[in-house]
Design a protein around this ligand. Structure first.
Ligand code: ME8
Length: 636
């Protein structure tokens, strides 16, 4: 919690209107919405921007294929994005479209300024172009002659164009990224950019001849050209605030934070800082980069054709369950494999069981044993004077840890922390057993019962506040059931503020369970030990893997879910070692994995590999290295 209001400007990418919103777009937008809600809850001055990217080859081509004008396509799909965000309860402050006059004016003003300052020149360039990414690829970046992202063939394009003198900012950019360790975060993306900047930076082609493309913003100094779509798109973050000098710009721009996925790190971490520098505008504060949602091992995208419809999931499981799942499941910065089984497991275990049951239990106890009102607690009944344990330290720790996690965009950690508190409250009910206290006729029974019921009501009130950014509908129901009116504020998340006498109603079925879809558990077969030729052994791809994250698998005593690095890639593995290792003991360890096992579904999680371990008489040990080797090293 903060004493002073802070200012916060948060943006999502503006999405291309050749696509319809899918899980990937929804994730970024939900994440930004959660962050914006959290900051508003903390009393900050928040501006949250999203919108659509409507110019360029890609849109012109999609419109031509659909037999409509680019403007018609843009109108239709921009509305589809807006409608999806409305249905998903996204509370953005502004929605920018790059075809709006307020945007084109600022883009042209910046172009003119750079032209006047000699930052732009006319030149000739030939290169491999990806229409999907709307950018040229260098020979080094090309994989098998194809775009590394879309895996589609590239087109050789050679033409006269205007260039932005980006190369002259290389030294400045390296110095800036090195000086601000959290400018680009998590660190892996900062390292990627610093690696990229070790090669000489090319100047950036920022125009397309109108003879080839008309669907764009005309260059103010040569109307036979339109602006390159990235030059147009990135400026949305500034144009939406009215541009330099506008009051909204002056208020929010110094606090700008962008959220993107790793597909567009380069334009955001290289082009954009150089453009801002040349235009005399301060750099953003943070570039927050998340990984991909994957399906069948590949990035979810329209071009791959493995779309997951966000709205369908929301309709089937509810908005809160969908939000909770994506925020809890993905470690910010890493890829996550999407699985509906995993969503159902989380819904049943965390939401229906842990949270939903707690709310039902606690409100029922207060209604039945406390006459539907929050009783007056007795401080003498509470530990250390009495026997009732205090939940206050648990809650206070949770608030501090959530703040720390949110400051780093670690949504998964913030939720894990809140659920630790939910667990503590559930254990509190189990140990204090208020229904038994009520039956006892001892003289000190009443104060103890009142103290227990007060603590339960207070725990729920606090959950109704801290859960608001993550599961807003459920949080509102929890507050309403405790007669909490008015907007929630983090400043009220202070133990002991609940007024005795407040009316409480029963709240059951907050998250109805979804009937379990039977997970396809891979059959655990054990081959008879026989001698094998060396060729057979070499079919097994053993690799050094570094454990990046580890967490228990809900409803399973034995399984841990691990994210490991194999150097060039990350994997999710499920290992049956939970009874022998605490998650924290594994993080950072180098282990040995079978890297070429067929994927297996374990408790709804796709496991891509196996951790080697030996066991005997109830003891288990995971194989580690006695000297350091980098992740990905092959073991022979
Ligand atoms: O790139 N996993 O727009 P876009 C996670 N117009 N996030 C995903 C995802 C996935 N599988 N697929 C998409 C553009 N996203 C440009 C941006 S900004 C000045 C211009 C999300 O429609 C993620 O946020 O291709 C990614 O960065 C964005 O959608 C790309 O959206």
């Amino acid at each position: 919690m903060t004493d002073r209001a802070r200012t916060f400007y948060l943006t999502t990418p503006i999405y291309y209107v050749n696509d319809r919103p899918h899980l990937g777009h929804a994730y970024t937008t939900i994440l930004a919405d959660t962050m914006a809600r959290y900051r508003r809850l903390a009393g900050d001055d928040v501006w949250f921007l999203t919108g659509t990217d409507e110019h360029g080859d890609k849109i012109a081509q999609a419109a031509a294929n659909a037999g409509i004008t680019p403007q018609q396509l843009a109108d239709r799909n921009s509305a589809a994005f807006r409608d999806a965000w409305r249905q998903l309860g996204i509370e953005y402050s502004d929605y920018i479209r790059t075809t709006e006059a307020r945007h084109t004016t600022v883009v042209q003003a910046i172009l003119q300024k750079l032209w006047d300052a000699g930052e732009i020149y006319l030149g000739k360039y030939g290169g491999h172009y990806c229409f999907g990414c709307e950018r040229f690829y260098t020979e080094k970046e090309i994989v098998d002659g194809k775009c590394p992202d879309h895996q589609t063939p590239l087109t050789w394009i050679e033409e006269e164009n205007y260039f932005f003198k980006m190369s002259k900012y290389q030294a400045w950019l390296i110095e800036t990224v090195e000086r601000q360790p959290d400018l680009i975060r998590p660190e892996r993306y900062r390292n990627e950019i610093l690696g990229f900047l070790r090669e000489p930076l090319q100047d950036l082609s920022i125009s397309r001849p109108k003879s080839r493309l008309t669907w764009g913003i005309p260059l103010p100094f040569d109307d036979t050209y339109v602006t390159y779509v990235w030059f147009d798109a990135l400026i949305n973050y500034v144009s939406a605030l009215g541009g330099p000098g506008a009051p909204r710009f002056e208020r929010y721009w110094p606090h700008a934070q962008h959220v993107i996925a790793k597909d567009i790190v380069k334009p955001h971490a290289i082009y954009w800082p150089c453009m801002l520098k040349a235009a005399g505008i301060d750099l953003y504060r943070h570039l927050n980069v998340h990984g991909y949602w994957t399906l069948g091992g590949r990035k979810i995208s329209k071009s791959v054709g493995n779309l997951v419809e966000a709205l369908a999931l929301k309709d089937k499981y509810g908005n809160d369950a969908f939000r909770y799942f994506v925020l809890r499941e993905m470690v910010f910065g890493l890829d996550a494999a999407f699985s509906e089984d995993a969503l159902v497991s989380r819904l049943n275990a965390d939401l229906a069981n842990d949270l939903g049951n707690l709310v039902a239990r606690a409100t029922t106890l207060i209604v039945n044993l406390g006459e539907g009102k929050v009783p007056t607690p007795d401080p003498r009944a509470e530990y250390p004077f009495g026997t009732v344990p205090s939940l206050r330290p648990d809650f206070e720790r949770a608030v501090v840890e959530v703040e720390g996690a949110m400051a780093e965009f670690a949504f998964q950690r913030a939720l894990a922390t809140i659920w630790e508190f939910v667990g503590a409250v559930n254990r509190f009910v189990d140990t204090t057993q208020p229904w038994l206290i009520a039956k006892q006729i001892e003289p000190d029974g009443r104060p103890r019962l009142s103290t227990v019921l007060y603590a339960l009501a207070e725990a729920l009130r606090l959950l109704g506040i801290v859960l608001e950014p993550f599961v807003p509908e459920a949080a509102a129901k929890i507050r309403a059931t405790l007669s909490q009116t008015g907007p929630p504020r983090l400043a009220d998340a202070v133990w002991g503020r609940l007024t005795p006498g407040t009316a409480v109603a029963k709240l059951t079925g907050l998250f109805p369970r979804v009937e379990d879809r039977t997970p396809r558990v891979a059959a655990a077969t054990r081959a008879a030990v026989a001698r094998v030729p060396i060729d057979d052994f070499s079919k097994v791809d053993l690799r050094v893997a570094e454990v990046l994250t580890a967490e228990p698998v809900p409803k399973s005593k034995k399984l841990l879910k691990l994210t490991v690095s194999l150097g060039s890639e990350q994997r999710t593995l499920v290992a049956g070692i939970a009874e022998h290792y605490a998650p924290a003991d594994l993080v950072g360890k180098k282990v040995v994995v079978v890297a070429n096992l067929e994927p297996a579904q374990l408790m709804g999680i796709e496991s891509n590999g196996m951790v080697l371990a030996g066991s005997t008489e109830g003891k288990l040990a995971v194989l580690t290295l006695d000297r350091d080797l980098p992740p990905g090293t092959k073991i022979t």
